[in-house]
Write a protein of this length. Structure first.
Lengths: 222, 222
């Protein structure tokens, strides 16, 4: 695929578009204007047209977007049709919750194996995914083409596990450890899932609103 | 607190600053320049100075930032010192994982109670948090000042649960249901945790890199 450099904000909106288009398809809607799509997503129509223009021409002036076609193109831009394989490292609570509830395949990713150090887990299978011994990881990565490691180990093991993974060819880490793995100029791609960042942003917005209310009350009191 | 309107990007960086400052404190570092902080976070010094200038003057020209002081101010901006109470709705895998592993108190939030419909859970306690019957939620919210609801119910229950919560005064939802709850012009504050968005962004970056490699190989081959 020919690629132009696209801003991070646009990339971050693509999965949202995808979810919305899936929802539209489920509701039997085949065509949508940028105006209507914008309304449903809280974006301006021009914002939407500009986002899509980064990847070529998707809509037809006056006819709107073909929902199925647009969905397919965005999925392809996101790499969902490439059949990436993932391994999950650390089958604790969060690792287990992901294996149980999260549909990797809905993202076009195949969760091929999980790894842990816990004897009672090793050799078992969960929802069709084998749980292997962590000390088999090097062999496994040599013999399987794995694109993504899902890192769910305890904080204390995060750095060591990352070293082992990257030395064995892993270039992308989906990081649930709450340890910042992104070094400037690092060759690995890290997507950090920091629950606390998300809750703290929410806390910010709550505080902002409360202060606004308080401000209004103060004004009314005068 | 007097508030100026701050861009979403700045707000999203505040928790990252906080994590970095915590790490510096743990390592006994008391003072840091915007240059050094920028290097460690992959941001430019001017970006950092600009971010902080939204909230007033934090650093001293030529002396850098006092780590503990800056940490405290950012924590306060994020509302971490306001003692927000949260309730968690739905003690399934993800709800359970949050109760087990996620430190609400590290974000200044008190997880006061959890709610479920499952008989075997109701009346029990997990890590000091009581699990109550979902049909007690109205009473609970009447008698307790709750700022945030952590929504971990199955997809199919997301909308109904949200209706009940907002009708009973909840204004902020930390949403783990993978259902987009944010309506344009909605009065509730929603922070969506979409695991799939995060994985799809990672998939995008992996694809981008692979295409770059492929492009380079193609060039070299000529």
């Amino acid at each position: 695929m020919k690629r132009v450099k696209v801003s991070n904000n646009v990339i971050r909106r693509l999965p949202r578009y995808l979810r919305k288009l899936d929802e539209l398809q489920e509701n039997g809607i085949n065509r949508i204007s940028s105006f209507e799509l914008g309304q449903q997503l809280g974006l301006t129509p021009s914002q939407i047209r500009q986002d899509f223009s980064c990847f070529g021409e998707f809509g037809q002036q006056g006819y709107g977007y073909n929902v199925a076609g647009l969905r397919e193109q965005i999925a392809s831009i996101l790499g969902m049709d490439r059949g990436y394989k993932a391994v999950l490292i650390g089958v604790g609570n969060i690792g287990h919750a992901l294996m149980d509830n999260f549909s990797f395949s809905d993202c076009g990713v195949q969760l091929a194996a999980a790894f842990d150090i816990k004897e009672s887990l090793i050799g078992t299978e969960f929802k069709g995914v084998p749980i292997l011994a962590w000390d088999q990881i090097e062999d496994y990565l040599k013999n399987n083409e794995v694109a993504i490691a899902v890192l769910c180990v305890p904080k204390t093991a995060a750095i060591t596990a990352t070293d082992v993974l990257t030395r064995n060819g892993i270039e992308a880490i989906w990081n649930f450890t709450n340890i910042e793995l992104t070094e400037p100029n690092s060759p690995i791609i890290v997507e950090n899932v920091h629950f606390s960042d998300s809750l703290l942003s929410l806390s910010y917005f709550v505080s902002e609103r409360m202060d606004e209310h308080a401000g209004q009350t103060a004004k009314t009191d005068k």
